[in-house]
Design a protein. Structure first.
Length: 225
């Protein structure tokens, strides 16, 4: 048997490795800062941004390893398929940033350096413009109302009377029993009338729910529930 050591890295030079990894690091870092600057919600994660930088460099490394060899590509797909991601992505926007750094890393790893730079800068500028001018924002602000009531009695009609008085529109989202059936939790999406505050709605609902808990979530579309 032939145990001769063979180095297959001759298909690319050390300069190629340095440029690919360095460029993927710089562009992924830029994307990470863009993400931090444009992040609106309360669930900012430093580890997620660091993962973006690592992922960009890792994809560049993978593309250097694969090169144009189909067998290596299928072998890497099989090896990476065993990886399981336990953390759920809370925002679809976060998925977009993951694909962005993956695309940049692939471009760097396949040595399309100009493409990587132009694409990363162009997409980052688009993200900044959308953030600056608040594209596709909805001017209609809605609230989520959670009301807990005893299971006995007709509390739904009393709640609807309050909602008709304080809101311009409302919609029943869910109704479920909690605490082993001791209470029923009813959830609505509502739009408060002008001149009314969430505190007023809470006070009015509390009078109709036998003192049970009432919650009004304002701006829930920009808060991770």
């Amino acid at each position: 048997m032939d145990f001769t050591f063979q180095d297959l890295s001759g298909t690319f030079s050390m300069a190629d490795i340095a440029v690919a990894l360095s460029l993927s690091f710089l562009l992924s870092t830029m994307i990470g800062y863009i993400y931090r600057f444009t992040h609106r919600n309360v669930s900012y994660s430093q580890s997620y941004v660091q993962t973006l930088v690592i992922l960009g460099m890792l994809i560049a490394l993978i593309m250097l390893v694969v090169g144009s060899n189909i067998a290596r590509a299928f072998a890497l797909v099989g090896a990476l398929s065993v990886v399981r991601f336990r953390n759920a992505i809370k925002e679809t926007r976060d998925v977009g940033f993951i694909f962005l750094v993956m695309g940049v890393g692939m471009a760097c790893g396949t040595r399309f350096y100009s493409l990587a730079i132009v694409a990363a800068v162009a997409i980052s500028l688009i993200i900044l413009v959308m953030y600056r001018f608040n594209w596709f924002a909805s001017n209609v602000q809605r609230q989520v109302v959670k009301v807990q009531v005893p299971p006995d009695g007709n509390h739904t009609e009393a709640i609807k009377d309050v909602l008709i008085r304080f809101t311009s529109e409302f919609e029943l989202v869910s109704m479920e029993t909690i605490r082993g059936g001791a209470l029923t939790e009813i959830m609505y999406t509502v739009r408060l009338k002008k001149g009314h505050e969430p505190g007023e709605l809470i006070s009015a609902l509390s009078e109709r729910t036998s003192g049970q808990r009432v919650t009004v979530l304002t701006g829930y579309d920009q808060t991770d529930l």
